[in-house]
Design a binder for this molecule. Structure first.
Ligand code: UD2
Length: 378
């Protein structure tokens, strides 16, 4: 627990705003730096998700980009803790806007760290939003050969309609296993590489300057406030937007790929525990639920709540994607006492109740077209 000022970069965004609200509720002194990226915020010139707190003077909002050293210097004045949540977050989009993603994420983190290290009184703690994307594929076990590291799938396999990961020794389909923090990192997308930069830049700098630093590897976060207009990120919100518009959700591959869907309030829980924990300096933790759900599970659960047409299985692979990854959460549970509180069924109630009746601009066809024109679907 700190009494000092807390800076949240990206504090007007989906995860950042939930974190800001929770910090304010605890009575913390919060400042936000956010560039209100139009892809996420539309034309709004105000941080809508935290606007009440800003108007009431409970949160100080600074408009600015983490790549701007002057904006960063202003944002860091008298700050005791920094949560770095600002990032560009589309896996597919990162594959055809490479410089933009490297700039927003890798350069953004480094400008922020330059600002932090040049302060006369440096913060007492840094917390950085990392991602399961760093792993690339999750952990797998072959029924014959035990734990294996299968090669990435290739075009010939997709053309044969075979989507699963296979054992490098015998070709058998491998079984997804919970992925722990020790798994070697093999990021498969530009987005993932820039997130590895985030994590490693923060950890190396924290170590060198003796600032306790924690990286939280978020799994697939969903919940109220997730943009319904942004077709580049967050499959649960994208499917919700499609169903609200009475259009079929577009599913890549065969829909049997799986992820670990974690409610945004559990991400907030993990951040607050990492803030308070003494032993959490220089560490990396998965933040998920430990439960594996396929996209078919997700789309059908959403249809039960919202109705809407059956999904369209496109039978194509999106470059940069992985097949399966879900979290082993033993480490964060043991070190910080984290325990996911929201099961997927309740979490979807929360997302759909919030989304219902809201305007959802469906730009999914445009995103599909962009990927296809760049020949990034196979
Ligand atoms: C990535 C990151 C994750 C998180 C997230 C933020 C990886 C491995 N993980 O998750 O850490 O940062 O991005 O966006 O890079 N899909 C459809 N239809 C759609 C949209 C997506 O079928 O309209 C599929 C997509 O092909 C993938 C799955 O849904 O198989 C999940 O996609 P996502 O972009 O929501 O998130 P994901 O797992 O790539």
């Amino acid at each position: 627990m700190t009494d000092g000022k807390i800076l949240v970069t990206g504090g007007a965004g989906f995860i950042g705003s939930h974190l800001v609200n929770a910090l304010v509720e605890r009575g913390q002194d919060v400042r936000v730096l956010d560039n209100l990226d139009p892809q996420v915020h539309g034309d709004h010139a105000e941080p809508l998700a935290i606007i009440e707190h800003v108007r009431m003077g409970r949160v100080e909002f600074q408009f600015g980009d983490v790549r701007d050293p002057d904006a960063v210097a202003r944002a860091l004045e008298n700050v005791d803790v920094v949560f770095h949540q600002a990032a560009a977050v589309g896996v597919g989009q990162s594959m055809y806007r490479i410089a933009e993603y490297v700039s927003a994420n890798s350069l953004g983190a480094s400008v922020l760290l330059d600002g932090i290290t040049s302060l006369r009184r440096r913060p007492s703690k840094l917390l950085v939003a990392s991602s399961m994307a760093l792993y690339g594929e999750g952990k797998y076990r072959c029924p014959e050969h035990g734990e294996v590291d299968p090669p990435l799938r290739g075009v010939e396999q997709f053309q044969a309609g075979d989507w699963e990961m296979r054992c490098p020794r015998c070709g058998l389909e491998v079984i997804p296993m919970p992925t722990d923090e020790r798994k070697p990192l093999h990021p498969t997308s530009v987005y993932a590489i820039t997130k590895r930069d985030h994590e490693e830049l923060f950890l190396a700098t924290g170590r060198a300057y003796d600032i306790p630093t924690v990286a939280l590897r978020y799994f697939n976060v969903y919940g109220p406030g997730q943009s319904l207009d942004n077709p580049y990120t967050g499959v649960a919100a994208i499917f919700t937007s499609r169903l609200l518009n009475r259009r079929p959700p577009l599913v890549y591959e065969d829909g049997r790929q799986s992820r670990d869907f974690v409610h945004v309030s559990d991400i907030v829980q993990a951040n607050l525990l990492a803030l308070d924990g003494d032993e959490a300096g220089g560490q990396v933790f998965n933040v998920g639920t430990g439960r594996r759900l396929s996209l078919v599970d997700v789309v059908e659960a959403l249809r039960r709540k919202l109705g809407g047409p059956a999904p369209e299985f496109m039978g194509v692979f999106r470059q940069g994607d992985i097949r399966h990854c879900f979290a082993d959460i033993a480490q964060i549970r043991e070190s910080l006492g984290y325990q996911p509180q929201v099961c997927f069924e309740d979490g979807l109630d929360d997302l759909t109740a919030w989304a219902d009746g809201r305007e959802a601009t469906d730009r999914v066809e445009q995103a599909r077209f962009e990927l296809a024109s760049a020949r990034l679907t196979v």
